[in-house]
Design a protein. Structure first.
Length: 322
Protein backbone atom coordinates (compact mmCIF):
# COMPACT_ATOMS: atom_id res chain seq x y z
CA UNK A 1 0.00 0.00 0.00
CA UNK A 2 1.17 3.52 -0.80
CA UNK A 3 1.04 5.92 2.13
CA UNK A 4 -1.17 8.99 1.92
CA UNK A 5 1.70 11.47 1.91
CA UNK A 6 3.28 9.80 -1.09
CA UNK A 7 0.01 9.92 -2.99
CA UNK A 8 -0.39 13.61 -2.19
CA UNK A 9 3.15 14.34 -3.35
CA UNK A 10 2.43 12.81 -6.74
CA UNK A 11 -1.01 14.37 -7.25
CA UNK A 12 0.27 17.66 -8.61
CA UNK A 13 2.69 15.88 -10.92
CA UNK A 14 -0.04 13.67 -12.37
CA UNK A 15 -2.32 16.67 -12.88
CA UNK A 16 0.40 18.40 -14.87
CA UNK A 17 1.03 15.25 -16.88
CA UNK A 18 -2.63 14.82 -17.78
CA UNK A 19 -2.88 18.45 -18.80
CA UNK A 20 0.18 18.12 -21.01
CA UNK A 21 -1.11 14.97 -22.64
CA UNK A 22 -4.09 16.36 -24.49
CA UNK A 23 -4.68 14.14 -27.47
CA UNK A 24 -2.69 11.14 -26.21
CA UNK A 25 -5.46 8.85 -27.37
CA UNK A 26 -5.45 7.09 -30.71
CA UNK A 27 -4.56 9.29 -33.66
CA UNK A 28 -7.59 9.54 -35.89
CA UNK A 29 -7.24 7.90 -39.27
CA UNK A 30 -7.95 11.16 -41.10
CA UNK A 31 -5.47 13.21 -39.05
CA UNK A 32 -2.56 14.83 -40.84
CA UNK A 33 0.71 16.49 -39.80
CA UNK A 34 1.44 20.14 -40.55
CA UNK A 35 5.08 21.25 -40.72
CA UNK A 36 6.20 24.87 -40.97
CA UNK A 37 9.93 25.65 -41.18
CA UNK A 38 11.27 29.19 -41.30
CA UNK A 39 14.90 30.13 -41.98
CA UNK A 40 15.19 33.69 -40.69
CA UNK A 41 17.47 36.57 -41.52
CA UNK A 42 21.10 35.45 -41.85
CA UNK A 43 22.73 38.87 -41.85
CA UNK A 44 25.85 37.39 -43.47
CA UNK A 45 26.21 35.15 -46.57
CA UNK A 46 27.57 32.25 -44.53
CA UNK A 47 24.63 32.26 -42.13
CA UNK A 48 22.16 32.83 -44.95
CA UNK A 49 23.42 29.75 -46.80
CA UNK A 50 23.55 27.65 -43.64
CA UNK A 51 20.03 28.52 -42.51
CA UNK A 52 18.59 27.99 -45.99
CA UNK A 53 20.30 24.61 -46.41
CA UNK A 54 18.97 23.35 -43.07
CA UNK A 55 15.43 24.47 -43.89
CA UNK A 56 15.53 22.78 -47.28
CA UNK A 57 16.82 19.57 -45.71
CA UNK A 58 13.85 19.56 -43.36
CA UNK A 59 11.52 20.30 -46.25
CA UNK A 60 12.71 17.16 -48.06
CA UNK A 61 12.49 15.00 -44.96
CA UNK A 62 8.97 16.10 -44.09
CA UNK A 63 7.65 15.77 -47.65
CA UNK A 64 9.06 12.26 -47.91
CA UNK A 65 7.80 11.21 -44.48
CA UNK A 66 4.06 11.05 -45.09
CA UNK A 67 1.78 11.27 -48.09
CA UNK A 68 -0.73 13.36 -46.14
CA UNK A 69 1.79 15.87 -44.76
CA UNK A 70 1.23 19.60 -45.25
CA UNK A 71 4.70 21.12 -45.57
CA UNK A 72 5.50 24.84 -45.68
CA UNK A 73 9.09 26.09 -45.83
CA UNK A 74 10.24 29.70 -46.03
CA UNK A 75 13.77 30.87 -46.73
CA UNK A 76 15.54 34.03 -47.89
CA UNK A 77 13.32 36.93 -48.91
CA UNK A 78 10.21 34.72 -48.58
CA UNK A 79 10.74 34.26 -44.84
CA UNK A 80 8.84 37.36 -43.84
CA UNK A 81 6.52 38.07 -40.96
CA UNK A 82 3.67 38.59 -43.42
CA UNK A 83 4.20 35.22 -45.14
CA UNK A 84 4.48 33.41 -41.81
CA UNK A 85 1.37 35.14 -40.46
CA UNK A 86 -0.63 34.28 -43.58
CA UNK A 87 0.47 30.64 -43.51
CA UNK A 88 -0.29 30.10 -39.84
CA UNK A 89 -3.65 31.76 -40.41
CA UNK A 90 -4.36 29.37 -43.27
CA UNK A 91 -3.44 26.38 -41.10
CA UNK A 92 -5.69 27.72 -38.34
CA UNK A 93 -8.60 27.64 -40.81
CA UNK A 94 -7.78 24.20 -42.23
CA UNK A 95 -6.39 22.09 -39.40
CA UNK A 96 -8.53 19.85 -37.22
CA UNK A 97 -8.15 19.17 -33.49
CA UNK A 98 -6.79 15.67 -34.18
CA UNK A 99 -4.05 16.99 -36.49
CA UNK A 100 -0.49 17.67 -35.34
CA UNK A 101 1.34 20.94 -35.88
CA UNK A 102 5.09 21.53 -35.91
CA UNK A 103 6.85 24.91 -36.22
CA UNK A 104 10.63 25.05 -36.55
CA UNK A 105 12.53 28.35 -36.37
CA UNK A 106 16.10 28.52 -37.70
CA UNK A 107 18.29 31.59 -37.53
CA UNK A 108 19.04 34.46 -35.17
CA UNK A 109 16.95 35.70 -32.27
CA UNK A 110 17.22 38.61 -29.89
CA UNK A 111 16.15 39.24 -26.32
CA UNK A 112 16.11 42.59 -24.50
CA UNK A 113 15.39 41.18 -21.07
CA UNK A 114 11.65 41.17 -21.59
CA UNK A 115 10.75 40.38 -25.20
CA UNK A 116 12.16 37.70 -27.50
CA UNK A 117 12.13 38.37 -31.25
CA UNK A 118 12.80 36.05 -34.19
CA UNK A 119 14.87 37.99 -36.75
CA UNK A 120 13.27 38.05 -40.21
CA UNK A 121 13.73 40.06 -43.41
CA UNK A 122 11.74 43.20 -42.70
CA UNK A 123 9.87 43.34 -39.37
CA UNK A 124 10.83 40.76 -36.75
CA UNK A 125 8.19 38.73 -34.94
CA UNK A 126 8.02 38.41 -31.17
CA UNK A 127 7.48 35.27 -29.13
CA UNK A 128 4.14 36.65 -27.97
CA UNK A 129 2.95 37.21 -31.54
CA UNK A 130 4.06 33.72 -32.54
CA UNK A 131 2.16 32.31 -29.58
CA UNK A 132 -1.04 34.14 -30.57
CA UNK A 133 -0.81 32.75 -34.10
CA UNK A 134 -0.15 29.20 -32.91
CA UNK A 135 -2.87 29.41 -30.25
CA UNK A 136 -5.43 29.89 -33.04
CA UNK A 137 -4.45 26.58 -34.66
CA UNK A 138 -6.95 23.97 -33.43
CA UNK A 139 -4.49 21.04 -33.47
CA UNK A 140 -4.38 19.82 -29.87
CA UNK A 141 -0.85 18.43 -30.22
CA UNK A 142 1.76 21.01 -31.17
CA UNK A 143 5.54 21.26 -31.28
CA UNK A 144 7.58 24.45 -31.53
CA UNK A 145 11.34 24.07 -31.98
CA UNK A 146 13.17 27.37 -31.66
CA UNK A 147 16.80 26.81 -32.63
CA UNK A 148 17.82 30.46 -32.67
CA UNK A 149 20.18 32.39 -30.45
CA UNK A 150 18.42 33.75 -27.33
CA UNK A 151 15.60 31.24 -27.97
CA UNK A 152 15.28 30.49 -24.25
CA UNK A 153 13.70 33.91 -23.92
CA UNK A 154 10.70 32.72 -25.96
CA UNK A 155 9.66 29.80 -23.76
CA UNK A 156 7.43 31.75 -21.38
CA UNK A 157 5.41 33.15 -24.25
CA UNK A 158 5.16 29.93 -26.24
CA UNK A 159 4.47 27.29 -23.59
CA UNK A 160 0.93 25.92 -23.43
CA UNK A 161 -0.78 22.69 -22.42
CA UNK A 162 -0.65 20.27 -25.32
CA UNK A 163 2.42 21.96 -26.80
CA UNK A 164 6.05 20.85 -26.70
CA UNK A 165 8.46 23.79 -26.67
CA UNK A 166 12.14 23.18 -27.37
CA UNK A 167 14.73 25.95 -27.34
CA UNK A 168 18.41 25.85 -28.27
CA UNK A 169 19.35 28.07 -25.32
CA UNK A 170 18.26 27.88 -21.71
CA UNK A 171 17.78 31.65 -21.40
CA UNK A 172 17.47 34.72 -23.56
CA UNK A 173 20.94 35.79 -22.47
CA UNK A 174 22.70 33.01 -24.43
CA UNK A 175 22.98 35.19 -27.51
CA UNK A 176 25.70 33.58 -29.62
CA UNK A 177 24.79 31.83 -32.88
CA UNK A 178 23.76 28.25 -32.18
CA UNK A 179 24.66 24.89 -33.73
CA UNK A 180 21.63 23.05 -32.31
CA UNK A 181 19.68 23.33 -35.59
CA UNK A 182 22.35 21.35 -37.44
CA UNK A 183 22.02 18.43 -35.07
CA UNK A 184 18.23 18.67 -34.92
CA UNK A 185 18.19 18.03 -38.67
CA UNK A 186 20.73 15.23 -38.26
CA UNK A 187 18.47 13.57 -35.69
CA UNK A 188 15.74 13.23 -38.29
CA UNK A 189 17.98 11.49 -40.81
CA UNK A 190 20.03 9.35 -38.45
CA UNK A 191 18.27 6.13 -37.51
CA UNK A 192 20.30 5.92 -34.30
CA UNK A 193 18.14 8.74 -32.92
CA UNK A 194 15.35 6.14 -32.63
CA UNK A 195 16.61 4.86 -29.30
CA UNK A 196 13.56 2.74 -28.44
CA UNK A 197 13.69 1.08 -31.89
CA UNK A 198 10.00 1.53 -32.65
CA UNK A 199 10.70 2.95 -36.11
CA UNK A 200 9.63 6.47 -35.19
CA UNK A 201 11.65 9.49 -34.14
CA UNK A 202 9.83 11.43 -31.46
CA UNK A 203 10.33 15.04 -30.47
CA UNK A 204 12.01 13.86 -27.27
CA UNK A 205 14.39 11.52 -29.10
CA UNK A 206 15.34 14.30 -31.53
CA UNK A 207 15.88 16.70 -28.61
CA UNK A 208 18.12 14.26 -26.73
CA UNK A 209 20.12 13.47 -29.89
CA UNK A 210 20.61 17.11 -30.87
CA UNK A 211 21.51 18.17 -27.33
CA UNK A 212 24.09 15.39 -27.01
CA UNK A 213 25.64 16.20 -30.39
CA UNK A 214 25.72 19.92 -29.57
CA UNK A 215 27.60 19.25 -26.33
CA UNK A 216 30.04 16.97 -28.18
CA UNK A 217 30.67 19.73 -30.74
CA UNK A 218 31.82 22.20 -28.10
CA UNK A 219 33.93 19.54 -26.43
CA UNK A 220 35.63 18.60 -29.71
CA UNK A 221 36.34 22.26 -30.44
CA UNK A 222 37.62 22.76 -26.88
CA UNK A 223 35.25 25.67 -26.52
CA UNK A 224 33.05 26.76 -23.66
CA UNK A 225 29.47 25.88 -24.58
CA UNK A 226 27.40 29.00 -25.25
CA UNK A 227 24.10 27.17 -25.72
CA UNK A 228 22.22 24.73 -23.53
CA UNK A 229 19.03 23.32 -25.05
CA UNK A 230 15.90 22.98 -22.91
CA UNK A 231 12.45 21.43 -23.21
CA UNK A 232 9.03 22.13 -21.67
CA UNK A 233 5.86 20.19 -22.50
CA UNK A 234 3.41 20.62 -19.64
CA UNK A 235 2.60 24.27 -20.30
CA UNK A 236 3.06 25.11 -16.62
CA UNK A 237 6.68 24.67 -15.57
CA UNK A 238 10.19 25.92 -16.06
CA UNK A 239 11.96 24.39 -19.04
CA UNK A 240 14.47 21.67 -18.15
CA UNK A 241 17.72 20.40 -19.59
CA UNK A 242 16.70 16.76 -19.21
CA UNK A 243 13.11 15.51 -19.14
CA UNK A 244 12.08 12.73 -16.77
CA UNK A 245 9.15 11.26 -14.86
CA UNK A 246 10.61 12.88 -11.74
CA UNK A 247 10.29 16.43 -13.05
CA UNK A 248 7.13 15.67 -15.03
CA UNK A 249 8.56 16.83 -18.36
CA UNK A 250 8.90 14.84 -21.58
CA UNK A 251 5.78 12.67 -21.77
CA UNK A 252 4.10 14.62 -24.56
CA UNK A 253 7.43 15.00 -26.38
CA UNK A 254 8.06 11.25 -26.15
CA UNK A 255 4.76 10.62 -27.89
CA UNK A 256 4.99 13.35 -30.50
CA UNK A 257 6.01 11.56 -33.70
CA UNK A 258 8.16 13.71 -35.95
CA UNK A 259 9.05 11.07 -38.53
CA UNK A 260 8.33 7.41 -39.10
CA UNK A 261 11.00 5.11 -40.50
CA UNK A 262 11.05 1.89 -42.48
CA UNK A 263 8.02 -0.35 -41.99
CA UNK A 264 6.27 2.24 -39.81
CA UNK A 265 6.49 4.80 -42.60
CA UNK A 266 5.12 2.29 -45.12
CA UNK A 267 2.27 1.38 -42.77
CA UNK A 268 1.39 5.05 -42.28
CA UNK A 269 0.92 5.38 -46.05
CA UNK A 270 -0.94 2.06 -46.44
CA UNK A 271 -4.71 2.40 -45.84
CA UNK A 272 -4.89 -1.32 -45.03
CA UNK A 273 -2.41 -1.00 -42.18
CA UNK A 274 -2.91 2.54 -40.95
CA UNK A 275 -5.48 1.56 -38.32
CA UNK A 276 -3.09 -1.04 -36.90
CA UNK A 277 -0.28 1.51 -36.76
CA UNK A 278 -2.58 3.95 -34.94
CA UNK A 279 -3.39 1.19 -32.45
CA UNK A 280 0.29 0.39 -31.94
CA UNK A 281 1.16 4.02 -31.28
CA UNK A 282 -1.79 4.34 -28.90
CA UNK A 283 -0.47 1.40 -26.85
CA UNK A 284 3.03 2.89 -26.83
CA UNK A 285 1.57 6.13 -25.46
CA UNK A 286 -0.22 4.14 -22.79
CA UNK A 287 3.04 2.45 -21.78
CA UNK A 288 4.85 5.78 -21.53
CA UNK A 289 2.02 7.22 -19.44
CA UNK A 290 2.23 4.24 -17.09
CA UNK A 291 5.92 4.95 -16.52
CA UNK A 292 5.07 8.51 -15.48
CA UNK A 293 2.29 7.29 -13.20
CA UNK A 294 4.40 4.58 -11.59
CA UNK A 295 5.15 6.58 -8.43
CA UNK A 296 1.43 6.86 -7.66
CA UNK A 297 0.64 3.17 -8.25
CA UNK A 298 1.14 0.02 -6.27
CA UNK A 299 3.91 -2.20 -7.63
CA UNK A 300 1.41 -4.96 -8.34
CA UNK A 301 -0.97 -2.73 -10.27
CA UNK A 302 1.86 -1.16 -12.26
CA UNK A 303 3.29 -4.56 -13.17
CA UNK A 304 -0.08 -5.92 -14.27
CA UNK A 305 -1.01 -2.92 -16.41
CA UNK A 306 2.43 -2.81 -18.00
CA UNK A 307 2.38 -6.54 -18.72
CA UNK A 308 -1.07 -6.33 -20.29
CA UNK A 309 -0.01 -3.41 -22.47
CA UNK A 310 3.15 -5.18 -23.63
CA UNK A 311 1.19 -8.30 -24.57
CA UNK A 312 -1.27 -6.20 -26.54
CA UNK A 313 1.59 -4.33 -28.22
CA UNK A 314 3.21 -7.60 -29.29
CA UNK A 315 -0.08 -8.80 -30.77
CA UNK A 316 -0.63 -5.63 -32.78
CA UNK A 317 3.00 -5.62 -33.95
CA UNK A 318 2.55 -9.21 -35.11
CA UNK A 319 -0.49 -8.19 -37.17
CA UNK A 320 1.47 -5.31 -38.68
CA UNK A 321 4.31 -7.63 -39.64
CA UNK A 322 2.04 -10.00 -41.58
Amino acid sequence: MLDRSRLLRTAALLAAICSACLGLGARAAQAAPYYVTVAGLGGEPDYEQRFTALAKDLDKLFKAAASDAHVYTFTGSDATRARLTDTLGQIAREAKPEDEFTLILIGHGSYDGEVYKFNLPGPDISGEDLALLCDRIPAKRQLIVNTTSASGGSIGALQKAGRVVIAATKTGTEKNATVFARYWVDALRDGSADTDKNETISALEAFVYADRKTAAFYESQKRLATEHAVIEDTGKKEAVRAASAENGEGLLAANFVLLRLGAAQKAANDPAKRALLDKKEEIERKIDLLKYQKAAMSAEDYKKQLSDALVELARVQGDLDK
